[in-house]
Design a protein around this ligand. Structure first.
Ligand code: PLP
Length: 347
């Protein structure tokens, strides 16, 4: 069964009024300025528009002190993530990734004929950069997600810079910063200016609330971006580019949303720990994990019965489920349902 078919089956079984805290989405959606920009740019939708794409790259470049030549815009970060793995891994050029982490890179590695070498997280749930550097002297790509999905935990800039200097010379480091603005993690996007062995990914799907609008960046040396471009090109939606740009220009967006989601996360985690549930500590993101002490898939199913759709387990931790931070109202419903589920003994 393809992923799309699985998704269709799952979506059909979800009641319309369910709380959706399963996919690390942002329930706040695009900001006001982005919504207005989308509406007002629809009339230009008959054109392939490169001007808005350039303007978006220009604004992002100026804000981050990056040359526009080092930025490529895509419909989300999934596309450059896949292209990077397909370009730099293959038989004998393996992928190194943490366990647990976001699995998209692993799926692309399967297609390229590479193996995925998994390294455990450290005792503080950071990436174990020493283990990653030593995992395979011929590694094609090391994938590092900061903050990590699903744990929400961060890896220090110091550690990532150490990894850059100590990984095998021919290995590409891909740093996925999808959730960076929800956390205090420090970006390493500046490293793309002088090196050809790092790709940084950003997306508008998380703090910017544009998962359904689709916009993201690959930031890397122009030669690296050219290699990704050879995998495929696709003109961007004008609505995505304009919504992305005005979101970048909205000075309040990051602090306001980071505070709102952070507060909802902390309130929920406080409830869970007060009730003696075991939370994986250290999340600074819009997701965190609970070790339920029982089969995680059964907990997911029991929660779904109560119309609260929570995230999944990872094979390394079959009892541990990922929870996305929704609105404060979503999290209130989650708390009630979770306690009811956990108060019901397993048969
Ligand atoms: N990277 C990480 C770590 C993610 O969690 C996701 C989506 O959940 C993505 C990348 C891909 O997101 P998008 O293609 O919407 O940018």
């Amino acid at each position: 069964v393809s992923q799309l078919q699985m998704m269709k089956q799952m979506m059909m079984s979800i009641p319309k009024d369910a709380v959706l805290i399963n996919a690390n989405e942002n329930p706040l959606g695009p900001c006001e300025a982005a919504r207005a920009a989308i509406a007002s740019s629809a009339n230009k939708g008959g054109r392939y528009d490169f001007f808005e794409m350039m303007t978006l790259m220009d604004v992002f470049g100026k804000q981050n002190n990056i040359s526009p030549d080092s930025i490529s815009v895509y419909g989300g970060s999934s596309e450059p993530l896949h292209y990077s793995v397909l370009s730099y891994t293959g038989p004998g050029k393996n992928l190194v990734a943490a366990d647990p982490t976001y699995e998209a890179a692993g799926r692309a590695a399967e297609i390229s004929g590479a193996k995925t070498i998994k390294t455990k997280l450290t005792s503080t749930y950071a990436h174990d950069v020493k283990a990653m550097a030593a995992a395979d002297p011929n590694a094609g790509v090391i994938y590092l997600c900061n903050p990590n999905n699903p744990t929400g935990t961060i890896t220090s800039r110091e550690d990532i810079l150490w990894l850059l200097d100590n990984k095998p010379k021919g290995t590409m480091l891909m740093v996925d910063e999808a959730y960076i603005h929800l956390s205090d993690a420090e970006s390493v996007v500046d490293q793309t200016a002088n090196r050809k062995d790092i790709i940084v990914l950003r997306t508008f799907s998380k703090i910017y609330g544009m998962a359904g609008i689709r916009c993201g960046f690959a930031v890397a040396h122009p030669d690296v971006l050219k290699k990704l471009e050879e995998r495929g090109q696709n003109p961007m939606a004008i609505t995505s580019c304009i919504a992305g740009r005005v979101s970048l220009e909205d000075k309040d967006l990051i602090p306001t949303r980071k505070a709102y989601i952070g507060q909802a996360r902390m309130e929920t985690i406080k409830f869970l720990t007060d009730n003696n549930y075991k939370v994986i500590p250290g999340s600074q993101s819009n997701c965190f994990m609970i070790d339920t002490g029982r089969n995680g898939r059964q907990v997911m199913a029991a929660m779904a019965q109560k119309k609260v759709i929570i995230g999944r387990t990872w094979p390394i931790w079959p009892n541990t489920v990922r929870i996305t931070v929704g609105t404060k109202e979503d999290m209130a419903k989650f708390r009630t349902a979770f306690k009811e589920v956990m108060d019901t003994p397993v048969k």
